[in-house]
Design a protein around this ligand. Structure first.
Ligand code: AMP
Ligand code: MN
Ligand code: MN
Ligand code: MN
Length: 291
């Protein structure tokens, strides 16, 4: 049943948000890695999907429509990976548009704070590049490094952009429940991204939170992720089984300068995701369409 050649990667970013590679280049790199299917999951935008779909078709791999949304869960922030929705769905696109408007308002506020600190940055490395459709703090972190105001990406966050730092401004987002409902109304399914990044006091507390997300329509947990060690992955697999949730996985590849060459880092060694998981996800969308 599980054919070792059918590896997939359901979490990747392109220049439409904070990735370094254009969508078409990303698809070619994924094909060179012999992945059978990949999801492009840019932050709050599907603007890369058209180019990715065409390139994926040429390269002979399957492109799964995706998008990554940050959302609130009570006092916490969680990231949600939406898959297999209809990218042409007008209501879902309107939701993404609203989220990007909140981003723009926040970006302007951050740039104003930096201005007060006497710092002006150019968000594009090359002014001839088209602006990314969805701009966020990672773009500012890279710009601060280029401007010589921070020693590294991480340093830019700790000095200026992280929660509590000099130019930090919060961003308005939807609740997890609203985000899941929006993706499902467009025919999609939702997976909880990198659960290791959720601030929780204990594994049982995390399981309670994930159970609450399941009650409002969550379909899966991202059990395989570049930040998860084997022990964490095992724990999330067990949790998914106990809660009756499907499993997804991906590299969360951004192709950032400074990381190993893309051909080595797409599909990190421990992020091996079988295409069987995608079949399960798809069956969950179908089940809903019929039922
Ligand atoms: P934004 O969506 O604009 O709020 O940016 C959030 C993204 O910035 C996250 O997905 C991370 O990739 C990155 N990020 C957030 N906090 C940090 C941090 N302290 N250090 C490095 N990267 C961070
Ligand atoms: Mn990102
Ligand atoms: Mn994320
Ligand atoms: Mn991501």
């Amino acid at each position: 049943m599980s054919d070792p050649r059918r590896w997939i990667d359901l979490h990747m970013h392109s220049t439409a948000s904070d990735g370094a590679h254009r969508p078409a280049d990303l698809m070619r790199l994924c094909a060179a890695r012999r992945l059978s299917a990949v999801a492009l999951t840019d932050h709050d935008t599907t603007a890369g999907l058209a180019e990715a779909t065409e390139a994926a078709q040429e390269a002979g791999i399957e492109l799964v429509p995706g998008v990554e949304l940050a959302a609130t869960l009570g006092p916490r922030s969680v990231h949600l990976l939406c898959y297999l929705f209809d990218p042409a769905d007008a209501a879902f696109q309107q939701t993404l548009d609203q989220i990007r408007t909140w981003r723009r308002e926040r970006n302007e506020a951050i740039l104003a704070r930096l201005g007060q600190l006497g710092i002006r940055i150019e968000l594009r490395a090359d002014p001839r590049d088209p602006p990314p459709h969805s701009i966020g703090r990672p773009h500012m972190a890279h710009a601060l490094v280029r401007a010589g105001r921070a020693a590294s990406f991480a340093d830019a966050f700790s000095r200026f952009l992280a929660h509590g730092a000099a130019a930090y401004v919060p961003r308005k987002t939807l609740t997890a429940e609203e985000s899941i409902a929006a993706a499902r109304a467009a025919g999609g399914v939702v997976s909880l991204a990198h659960p290791c990044q959720i601030r929780c006091d204990s594994p049982p507390e995390l399981e309670t939170l994930v159970g609450r997300l399941k009650d409002v329509g969550l379909s899966a947990i991202e059990v395989y992720h570049s930040d998860h060690g084997p022990e964490q992955t095992r724990r999330y697999v067990e949790m998914a089984k106990r809660l009756g949730l499907a499993m997804t996985g991906g590299s969360d590849y951004h192709g950032r300068p400074g990381l190993p060459p893309p051909e080595q880092s797409i599909g990190f060694s421990h992020v091996r995701v079988s295409a069987d998981h995608l079949d399960v996800l798809r069956s969950l969308t179908n089940a809903r369409a019929v039922g």
